[in-house]
Design a protein around this ligand. Structure first.
Ligand SMILES: *Cc1c(COP(=O)(O)O)cnc(C)c1O
Length: 500
């Protein structure tokens, strides 16, 4: 099988797309990358295709080693009527820009796009006697989306860690009410970065992995897994095609994408699309007050030794953007020794500085800006008042950054990625537009619906009536023990010690 994938920290590593998805994370601590992004995809040939057909072309190109049929059945099982619109990712004209709505999947966040298909791809990767435990750190949205994708699948278990009191009430209920015979969810006393770093540590712990026996693999549902990231490339192409077909732009004309950013996965998928030939001028990277990326774009210094802020856009409360490592790989012309040096510095001192050359290359492709909580609320308010379009707080972070960028004078058409339904963050949204917002979550949703005339997604209104099934809270240093006990429960017969 073609070994087209490598590690960001060592280009001697060679493995297939299938193995990259199965492992999730390189043994050297790096992330898996596909070096040959340039492609000869003809944009014109995409114009007559629907979302699933565009996905077929993109995934065949980026996941060599999967057969056409394997990709086709994965797409079929992922993108169907579990989405509430046949276009999967509809594009809406608002004022002088376009909103790409990525929240029409089963959990109402953009994470569904990657996490509906990753489990389907994983199915095609596992041999009959393989078992895999999916470890997921979540700032709120990945957890539920991963649980929905992986629940009840044979040979697979999933364990989700989220920050105790660090997610919205609806997000927490979505996770706590999950059914399925292979799902575990626990809060940890710590923030998202703690959860993510500890998951990474566990991946790097060879003794721990050995203790699991040789049939149980660990893998990841976070965007460090290339199998989740690559399906996100599709909607960049699909939205461009929609714009051309609506005669809003000419074929070949450049567009800008604004992307609310946390772990840098979503916007990196856009960068992949650009490398593959999509006509993109700039990516506008938008952060909340956890603005380590904005500082980086200004100075070339990535410094995660900053206070962690809980904001009204909690899915982006992240100071360590994992996928930025992948960007450094591409923007340094695939210099893996250089990436390793920077990542070692990050580990040792919490900071690194890139060369002028790399910084210039990054600034060519990206612009970065951030919003405070107050700015998020006033963006939600002004767009609703003027345009009657209801944005969630993450989308509002993007909106402000897009407006900041327009002040540079660039006239390129703008596509703003909308990453969640406003109802997932009902309190922040209500406070932004209502005079007397209600405290109770369910009533608040109904109040917002009445006022805005935007329908509440079914999956969100349902959570209030489902039984709570998961209540665990653990210390952040006990994640390894927790995983181990869940693996014992799921994959090993308790009376037998046969672990091979
Ligand atoms: C995860 C998430 C983001 C950030 O996406 P990244 O790929 O981590 O950059 C933005 N908005 C919402 C609603 C999310 O769930």
């Amino acid at each position: 099988m073609d070994k087209n994938y490598t590690s960001t920290r060592n280009d001697k590593v060679k493995l297939s797309a299938k193995d990259a998805i199965k492992k999730g994370f390189a043994d050297d601590g790096g992330l898996f990358v596909y070096p040959q992004l340039n492609s000869d995809i003809s944009l014109k040939s995409l114009l007559s295709l629907n979302y699933q057909e565009i996905a077929q072309i993109i995934l065949e190109k980026l996941l060599p080693g999967f057969s056409k049929e394997e990709i086709q059945t994965s797409i079929f099982d992922a993108y169907n009527d579990s989405f509430d619109t046949p276009t999967i990712t509809p594009l809406v004209a608002v004022d002088d820009f376009y909103v790409l709505e990525l929240f029409h999947g089963p959990t109402s966040a953009f994470k569904d796009i990657g996490l509906q298909i990753l489990p389907q791809l994983m199915k095609k990767v596992l041999k009959p006697d393989n078992k895999v435990m999916i470890l997921t750190a979540t700032s709120g949205d990945t957890g539920k989306a991963a649980l929905e994708g992986f629940k009840n699948l044979d040979q697979m278990g999933i364990t989700v860690f989220y920050p105790y009191q660090g997610v919205s009430k609806v997000q927490q209920l979505q996770m706590e009410t999950t059914n399925g015979n292979n799902t575990d969810i626990t809060a940890i006393r710590g923030n998202f970065d703690d959860a993510q770093s500890n998951v990474k540590k566990i991946f790097n712990d060879k003794n721990f992995k050995q203790s699991l026996g040789n049939k149980v693999n660990l893998s990841s549902a976070n965007s460090i897994n290339i199998g989740r990231l690559i399906p996100q490339v599709v909607y960049y192409f699909a939205s461009y095609v929609q714009l051309v077909n609506k005669h809003s732009i000419k074929l070949g004309q450049k567009v800008n994408f604004t992307v609310p950013t946390g772990n840098f996965g979503d916007v990196l998928a856009g960068f992949f699309a650009k490398q593959m030939g999509l006509p993109v001028n700039k990516f506008i990277v938008a952060s909340n007050e956890n603005n380590v990326l904005t500082r980086f774009f200004n100075t070339g210094i990535y410094d995660r030794n900053l206070p962690f802020h809980q904001t009204v856009a909690p899915s982006m409360d992240i100071q360590i953007s994992s996928n930025f490592e992948r960007l450094l790989y591409y923007e340094s012309n695939q210099d893996t020794a250089y990436v390793k040096k920077l990542m070692d510095q990050l580990e040792q001192s919490g900071r690194y500085q890139v060369s002028d050359k790399v910084l210039t290359a990054i600034r060519d492709d990206f612009f970065c800006a951030y919003s405070t909580d107050d700015e998020i609320k006033s963006s939600i308010n002004s767009v609703f008042k003027r345009e009657h379009y209801l944005m969630d707080p993450h989308t509002a972070v993007g909106y402000k950054a897009m407006r900041d960028y327009q002040k540079t004078g660039d006239q390129t058409p703008n596509i703003l990625l909308s990453t969640a339904s406003p109802y997932k963050f009902v309190h922040a949204v209500s406070k932004a537009i209502l005079d007397n917002p209600i405290d109770d979550d369910r009533l608040a949703m109904q109040q917002l619906q009445q006022f805005s005339n935007v329908a509440i997604p079914q999956n969100l209104i349902k959570v209030f009536d489902l039984p709570i099934r998961h209540r665990d809270v653990i210390e952040k240093n006990n994640m390894e023990d927790y995983i181990k006990s869940k693996i014992e429960e799921k994959f090993y017969d308790k009376n037998s010690s046969a672990r091979n």
